[in-house]
Design a protein around this ligand. Structure first.
Ligand SMILES: Nc1ncnc2c1ncn2[C@@H]1O[C@H](COP(=O)(O)OP(=O)(O)O)[C@@H](O)[C@H]1O
Ligand SMILES: [Mg+2]
Length: 362
């Protein structure tokens, strides 16, 4: 695997309300050629700022950015051969689709025949070969976003940056466009940096995800690594749903740890990203869908507080039923005809497989 892009200790400070504000802090990242890497995090965590520094619209305060071996930290944006697709696709309304897509090629001074061929290839790639003669306002939002993508793709950028490109589309179309963008990226073996605050988008589209929080990297890994072995409570909570129970690691048995909280002992996998230490404070992370009412020794005593019928499943809200505990617990069990519903106030056990939960250092 060859590295296409490297961010070395990148920092960006803005002056906000007269004070220094660290929008991006100590970002180190290598992006492989052909990789689809997503920046994921809540609004304001520095995703766009990081992307804009890669694009050349913003200069890092300190640190450097390399493409291959070449330092591009201060290279003008238009010399980087990087494509950018924004949330607001901003097509030229008075130009036909053909001319919108041809625009960048004409600016480059390419020949008429090359332009015609490339525009047709670009539109075919995004499934809009019949739209050449139409105007943007004759297309749906999703189609316009495909045109915006085609317009960038015909320029054959060595790196494609996308900043929340699906945010303006309705829910159903957004889900469809996830797989469309992924298909195109794979067809062209394109290297992509993709920004979103939508964890499902990140999980379904990416080769790797960089989770950001307050300008810093929390974790970089494949979607499954991040889901199964979160490096922090923040990551566990931001990606999917998670019950976080504070306690202590009391023993280790291979890759399994014995965890104790309020006198209750359970076994779970030891986190590899942020390994806990025996005798020290730790967090048990267990996802609602990994808890069940099955008989087992590995269980947390709970009191049911509320049950929501979701059609395909039951979502329980409960609390840990141990002396002095105030921890809330969510539990999601499949609903099939005949599934028993436990009433509010029921004392019961929520069990899980040791490999279905993880213990990390607090
Ligand atoms: N030009 C700027 N001047 C001052 N503050 C900025 C500027 N651009 C971004 N910020 C601040 O930096 C933080 C990160 O912004 P941004 O990268 O846009 O976050 P995200 O894309 O993750 O929502 C925010 O608090 C934002 O207000
Ligand atoms: Mg943003």
């Amino acid at each position: 695997m060859s590295v296409l892009l490297t961010l070395n200790n990148v920092n960006k400070t803005f002056i906000k309300d007269g004070e220094e504000f660290h929008a991006v802090s100590d970002v180190n990242l290598s992006v492989n050629t052909g990789e689809f890497l997503t920046f994921l995090g809540p609004s304001g965590c520095g995703k766009t700022t990081t992307l804009r520094m890669v694009a050349g619209f913003e200069m890092p305060t300190t640190g450097s950015i390399l493409m291959g071996d070449r330092d591009i930290t201060y290279m003008p944006a238009n010399e980087r051969n990087i494509g950018f697709v924004f949330q607001n696709y901003a097509l030229f309304p008075h130009m036909k689709i053909f001319d919108n897509v041809a625009y960048g090629l004409r600016v480059r001074g390419e020949s008429k025949t090359d332009i015609a061929r490339k525009v047709r290839e670009g539109l075919a790639l995004v499934g809009l070969e019949k739209a050449e003669e139409r105007y943007p306002n004759q297309l749906s939002g999703g189609e316009q976003q495909r045109v915006a993508l085609a317009r960038v793709l015909v320029l054959r950028p060595s790196l494609l940056l996308m900043d929340e490109p699906l945010s303006n589309l309705d829910a159903k179309l957004r889900i469809h466009m996830r797989s469309e963008i992924r298909r195109i990226q794979q067809e062209l073996s394109l290297t992509c940096l993709y920004v979103t605050h939508d964890q499902k988008e990140a999980l379904t589209m990416s080769d790797r995800i960089m989770v950001m929080n307050r300008g810093r990297i929390e974790q970089v890994g494949t979607p499954m690594e991040i889901y199964a072995d979160p490096a922090s409570a923040f990551v566990a909570d931001f990606i999917g749903q998670a019950n976080l129970i504070p306690g202590t690691l009391v023993a280790e048995e291979g890759d399994i740890g014995v965890f104790e909280s309020h006198g209750v002992r359970v076994k779970a996998r030891l986190g590899r990203q942020t390994p806990p230490a025996v005798g020290k404070e730790a967090l048990l992370i267990v996802r609602p869908e990994n808890l069940s009412f099955a008989e087992s020794d590995n269980a947390l005593p709970i009191v049911v507080e509320h049950c929501l019928f979701e059609g395909d499943r039951l979502d329980y809200q409960a609390r840990l039923a141990a002396e002095g505990a105030a921890d809330k617990l969510e539990m999601s069990v499949p609903f099939l005809p005949g599934t028993q519903i436990h009433a509010d106030g029921t004392n019961i056990k929520a069990s899980f497989q040791p490999h279905g939960a993880v213990i990390i250092a607090k």
